[in-house]
Design a protein around this ligand. Structure first.
Ligand SMILES: Cc1cc2nc3c(=O)[nH]c(=O)nc-3n(C[C@H](O)[C@H](O)[C@H](O)COP(=O)(O)O)c2cc1C
Length: 242
């Protein structure tokens, strides 16, 4: 169709990188692309932390559930939802307090995700591969302390960026009918049945026949690890998500 659409549809997460560094010019282009993303009411309610220190990256890799690529990748970014700067701006003009209520929590989280995805696409367009690291939310309080995050800031996810040293198969997505609805929401169980089989085939190939699973089985396993600690953590960071 066009180069951008091909790039988007060619995405796959990369978890093994060469040693080739990301140059300062490339990093600047990635970050400028992140900053160009749409943002709720121009709040730009996010921050991104480039973790350069090896010791910090090793610690983050461990806390993320021993994901070695966190410390092995040439560029590791932590994307944070950030209402702290918004609060500081507001305080220049009186004593209105900023709340980390559910609405502002959503605004900041969405802003962080939109900026991050722009960065991901920009990085991929430069020939890099990326993987998001939600594993940082295994230990959100520890990660926040390590990175010195103030109140009203929390780490949404990390992101590894580097030149791919692997060529994984693209992971199939749900059939469009499962996610696309016209006029009103409709359940489509057949589409999920179909997808279970395509993930079974994909995992079979990816694991050289060792793994037999389906999408719904993976989702059932994931549902057993609901990261219940996030609610209490967010509350200590000033977000009221009761
Ligand atoms: C917010 C978010 C968090 C993620 N966290 C991790 C992670 O901690 N570790 C990992 O290996 N992949 C992680 N991923 C990558 C997903 O597993 C991956 O995008 C998904 O399985 C689809 O595969 P694909 O990106 O190769 O198409 C994350 C993705 C997102 C969007």
């Amino acid at each position: 169709m066009n180069e951008i659409i091909s790039l988007l549809q060619n995405h796959r997460s990369i978890r093994k990188f060469t040693d080739q560094p990301v140059s300062q010019d490339q990093l600047n282009a990635i970050l400028a692309s992140a900053q160009a993303a749409s943002t709720s009411s121009n709040m730009q309610a996010y921050s991104v932390i480039h973790v350069k220190d090896e010791g910090l990256n090793s610690q983050l890799a461990a806390w993320a559930g021993n994901q070695p690529y966190v410390s092995e990748c040439p560029l590791f970014l932590v994307w944070c939802a950030d209402l702290h700067r918004y609060e500081q701006a507001v305080q220049r003009h009186g004593d209105t307090s900023v709340t980390g209520n559910a609405e502002n929590f959503i605004v900041a989280t969405v802003d962080a995700a939109l900026a991050a995805q722009n960065a991901a696409v920009a990085a991929e367009s430069l020939g890099f591969g990326v993987v998001y690291i939600g594993g940082l939310r295994n230990k959100p309080a520890e990660v926040s302390a390590l990175l010195g995050l103030p109140q009203l800031v929390y780490p949404v996810f990390g992101m590894c960026i580097g030149v791919p040293d692997q060529e994984p198969l693209p992971r199939p997505r749900l059939p469009l009918e499962a996610v696309y609805h016209e006029n009103r929401y409709t359940d489509n169980k057949v589409a999920v049945d179909e997808y279970d089989e395509s993930i079974r085939d994909y995992m079979h190939v990816r694991s050289d026949g060792k793994v037999d699973t389906t999408w719904s089985k993976e989702m059932a396993a994931k549902a057993q690890r609901p990261r219940e600690h996030m609610k209490a953590f967010l509350s200590t960071q000033g977000f009221e998500v009761e």
